[in-house]
Design a protein around this ligand. Structure first.
Ligand code: NAD
Length: 479
C-alpha cells in the first residue's frame, strides 16, 4: 500500500510506470483540513490496473464459488471488526454525521455478507426443447473485467454494492471512487486484500481528472463491464463511450423522489418516514425525498410536526455526538443548495425553518422546510441533494399521480396512507423503480435497488445484483 497508485494488485513503482508518486489531498468538508492523502493515478497506472485485472481473471473465475464466498464473508467480518475506524474515515472525508456513517458501514458490510451467500447460488437450467428434438442447457459465466465508478455520498456502500456481486460472480475489478472520498475505498480494498483476495483481482485507482482515465480504461479493449453510480449527465456520457465497444453497463443515476402524504395517513408515521427519506445522509442521497406533496386536509398538522423535527436538528461537525447534520461535501454542493432555495423563495415559497448556510466556515446548510411551493416551482425539477424539503399542498388525489410522474427521473417514491389497497394501486402506477409504502427507507442489500427513466439501467442488491455481473450461455445439444 505504500508507493502505489493502485491500492493493491499492481505495484506501479515495481512496474516502472511512475518515478515520482503524486498525492491527492482529501479535504475535510467541515474545516477544510487535510483528511488524508492517496496516491494519484496517472492514466498509465489505471491501464496497469486493468491489465492486472485481465491477467487475474482466468484464475479468479475458476476459483471455487465456496472459496470466493468465504473471502467475501471474511471481508464482512473485518468490516464489522473495524466498524468504528471506517465510520470515522467516512466522516472525515464526506462530512456526514457519525451515526449516518455507522449506518453506512453496517449497510456496506451487509453487501459482502449477502453476496458471500449469493456466490454459491449461481443457477443454470437444463431442459428438453419443446419440439423434443434436442436439449437446452443454460449456464452463467462472469462477464469479465469490470470497471466500477462510485460517487462521494456513500463512499463505502456504493463500493461494496458493486465489488460484492462482481467477486461473487467471478469477475475481477478496478474501482474508481469519487476523488473527494477515496480514503474509504482504499480502506475497503485493503480489507479485501487481508480477507484473501488475490493480487490483481481488486484494484483502486484515483485519477484526477477522472474523465480521460475512465475513457482510456473503457477503450482498453479489456473492460467488459461498466458499473456506474453517479449523476445522470455523467452516466449518459459514459453510456455513449461504452457503446463504442458494446460494453455491458449498469447505471445507478440521479433521483427526484416524490413523497405523497394522503389525507388518511397516520401523521406520526408520515413525519417519521419523511425525516428518514429526507435527512438520511443530510439529504445527500439519490433516494432523498425531493418533492413533498401533502393533502390539504392534513397539510398544516404535517408541516407543524415535521418542522418541529427539522428545526431541532443540530448542524455541525459530523464527529461531534451532539450533531445531527453534517456539512455538504464541497463548496460547490453548498452553493447549489443555496441557489435552489433562493430561487424557490423568489418564485413564492415561504421559508418555515432554515434557509441559510452554516455560520461557520464549513460547507453546511441548515435543515430547511419550504411551504407555499407551487407545482411549477423550479426546485421541484432539480435534484436538491441537501437538507431542503419543499412542500406542495394538494387537493386532487387523482391529479397527484401525474405530478409524481412528471419528471425525467424515476428512482424511488414514498407514499403514506392507511389504506394499503390505495397505496399499492398508487405504487403500481408510479414510474419509479422503488416505492416506500408508509416507510422512508427502501435500501436493503437483499432487495433489487435501481431506477427507471433517467435514473438508470439495471439493479444492484438482491439476486439481480449478482446477475448484473453474469452472462447467460446457452448450449443446444443432442446427447
Ligand atoms: P458524479 O456523476 O459527479 O460522479 C460519479 C463518479 O463519476 C465519480 O467517481 C466521479 O469522479 C466520476 N466522474 C465524474 N465526471 C466524470 C467523467 N466526465 N468521466 C468519467 N467519470 C466521471 O456524481 P457525484 O456528484 O459523485 O454523486 C452524486 C450523484 O450520484 C447524484 O446525482 C446522486 O443521485 C447519484 N447517486 C445515485 C445513486 C443510485 O444508486 N441511483 C446512489 C448514490 C448517488
Amino acid at each position: 500500500m505504500s508507493c502505489i497508485a493502485v491500492a493493491f494488485g499492481v505495484n506501479v513503482c515495481d512496474n516502472g510506470h511512475m518515478a515520482v508518486v503524486k498525492y491527492v489531498n482529501v479535504v475535510n468538508p467541515f474545516d477544510q483540513s487535510v483528511a488524508g492523502t492517496v496516491p494519484h493515478a496517472e492514466i498509465a497506472d489505471c491501464l496497469a490496473a486493468v491489465d492486472a485485472a485481465h491477467d487475474a481473471f482466468d484464475t479468479w473465475r475458476a476459483t471455487a464459488p465456496r472459496a470466493r464466498a468465504e473471502i467475501l464473508r471474511r471481508a464482512y467480518d473485518l468490516m464489522i471488526a473495524e466498524h468504528d475506524q471506517l465510520s470515522r474515515t467516512i466522516v472525515r472525508e464526506n462530512g456526514k454525521v457519525l451515526a449516518d456513517a455507522k449506518a453506512e458501514v453496517t449497510y456496506a458490510a451487509e453487501f459482502f455478507r449477502w453476496f458471500s451467500e449469493e456466490a454459491v447460488r449461481i443457477d443454470g437450467d437444463y431442459r428438453r426443447a419443446p419440439s423434443g428434438a434436442n436439449w437446452l442447457l443454460v449456464s452463467r459465466q462472469p462477464v469479465g473485467v469490470s470497471l466500477l465508478a462510485t460517487p462521494w455520498n456513500f463512499p463505502a456502500a456504493m463500493a461494496t454494492r458493486k465489488i460484492g456481486p462482481a467477486l461473487a460472480a467471478g469477475c475481477t475489478v478496478v474501482l474508481k471512487p469519487a476523488s473527494n472520498t477515496p480514503l474509504t475505498a482504499v480502506a475497503i480494498c485493503d480489507i479485501l486484500r487481508r480477507a484473501g483476495v488475490p493480487d490483481g483481482v481488486v484494484s483502486v485507482v484515483v485519477p484526477e481528472p477522472s474523465g480521460p482515465a475512465v475513457t482510456a480504461m473503457l477503450q482498453s479493449g479489456k473492460v467488459r463491464k461498466l458499473s456506474f453510480t453517479g449523476s445522470t449527465p455523467v452516466g449518459a456520457l459514459l453510456l455513449a463511450q461504452a457503446a463504442e465497444r458494446i460494453i455491458n453497463c449498469s447505471m445507478e443515476l440521479g433521483g427526484n423522489a416524490p413523497l405523497v402524504v394522503f389525507d388518511d395517513a397516520d401523521i406520526d408515521v408520515a413525519v417519521e418516514g419523511s425525516m428518514l427519506a429526507k435527512m438520511r445522509n443530510g439529504g445527500a442521497a439519490c433516494t432523498a425525498a425531493n418533492r413533498f406533496f401533502v393533502h390539504e386536509r392534513i397539510h398544516d398538522d404535517f408541516v407543524e410536526a415535521f418542522t418541529k423535527r427539522m428545526s431541532a436538528l443540530v448542524l455541525g461537525n459530523g464527529l461531534d455526538p451532539q450533531t445531527n447534520v453534517g456539512p455538504l461535501v464541497s463548496r460547490k454542493e453548498q452553493d447549489n443548495v443555496a441557489k435552489l432555495v433562493d430561487a424557490a423563495v423568489a418564485q413564492g415559497a415561504t421559508v418555515v425553518c432554515g434557509g441559510k448556510r452554516a455560520s461557520d466556515t464549513s460547507f453546511g446548510y441548515h435543515p430547511t422546510v419550504l411551504t407555499d411551493v407551487q407545482f411549477d416551482n423550479a426546485i421541484l425539477r432539480e435534484e436538491i441533494f441537501g437538507p431542503v424539503a419543499p412542500i406542495v399542498r394538494f387537493n386532487d388525489a387523482d391529479d397527484i399521480l401525474t405530478h409524481c410522474n412528471s419528471v425525467d427521473h424515476g428512482l424511488v417514491s414514498y407514499v403514506f396512507t392507511r389504506d394499503i389497497g390505495r397505496g399499492l394501486r398508487f405504487a403500481e402506477a408510479l414510474e419509479t423503480g422503488m416505492i416506500g409504502l408508509n416507510r422512508g427507507l427502501v435500501s436493503d442489500p437483499a432487495a433489487p435497488f435501481g431506477g427507471v427513466k433517467a435514473s438508470g439501467l439495471g439493479r444492484e442488491g438482491g439476486h439481480d445484483g449478482l446477475l448484473a455481473f453474469l452472462e447467460t450461455k446457452y448450449v443446444a445439444g443432442n446427447w
